[in-house]
Design a protein around this ligand. Structure first.
Ligand SMILES: [Zn+2]
Length: 255
């Protein structure tokens, strides 16, 4: 199969769209990366993608209003209101032209702590980054920077939860050496400060680790991301910590 002359991918242009999208060969991609690099250098704002606002303007909610809407969703969840689901075909067609989530959540990958479900959010309502332990790693920070800079999200919630397996593993690792797969061990290392502090404090060390870990990752988002810090300083963004109790099914703020 012949290679594309501008991107070297074996892909015939005459019979199918370019893999990088219309008019986006290697030069287009390099220009896009250059734009991202320029945005990173200046901190804020990054260029808004053409499709992001074409069908849906960014939310007009303030950070506090976004938090209120999120928590109202958890109240509906507690009241066992029907889940909104993926919306009808018309709603999904609108979403095909862009997205305008009103909040972002950095949550745990745990199957019992899905933010869209806990907050009764529909398709396109909340921007979600998840990993085991709701950690502000490179992928999560970059994702949230995109949500704030390009989609105008006014609220980030770092959401921990009861009976978190990652927190339990971090507590075990803080107590004794464990033979763990390399990636799993490396993933848990950022949770060790929270686990050690929880062990010193006593009580329910897993819950203590979850709560401290949430607070640490709220701080980490602000200290490690100039983009998020600038938006918070300008009061365009609020970053909050929260805890999901599996027993009561309630989300509550972590101060
Ligand atoms: Zn978890």
């Amino acid at each position: 199969m012949p290679a594309c002359p501008c991107c070297s991918v074996a892909f015939p242009h005459r019979t199918a769209p370019h893999p990088a999208g219309p008019g986006r060969g290697r030069r287009g991609l390099m220009a896009a990366f250059a734009g991202l690099a320029a945005g990173a250098a200046t901190g804020f704002p990054l260029a808004r993608p053409a499709r992001a606002s074409s069908g849906l303007p960014p939310t007009t909610l303030t950070p506090d209003q976004a938090l209120e809407r999120l928590m109202q969703g958890n109240q509906r969840y507690l009241a066992q209101a029907p889940q909104p689901g993926p919306g009808n075909r018309d709603r999904r067609a609108i979403l095909a032209t862009g997205q305008a989530p009103f909040a972002a959540v950095l949550g745990c990958a745990d199957s019992r702590a899905a933010p869209e479900v806990l907050f009764q959010a529909g398709l396109g309502d909340i921007f979600v980054a998840r990993n085991a332990g709701n950690l502000a790693d490179t992928g999560a920070i970059g994702s949230l920077e995109y949500a704030v800079s390009n989609l105008g999200v006014p609220l980030i919630m770092v959401l921990g939860h009861e009976h978190c397996g990652a927190a339990g593993a971090a507590v075990a690792l803080a107590q004794q050496p464990l033979a763990l797969p390399a990636h799993l061990r490396d993933m848990l290392l950022p949770m060790l400060p929270a686990a050690l502090a929880a062990l010193r404090a006593g009580g329910d060390t897993v819950e203590g680790t979850v709560r401290l870990n949430v607070a640490l990752n709220v701080s980490r988002l602000l200290t490690e991301s100039p983009v998020l810090a600038a938006a918070a300083t300008a009061e365009r963004l609020k970053i909050v910590g929260a805890y999901y109790d599996l027993d009561t099914q309630q989300v509550s703020a972590i101060q």
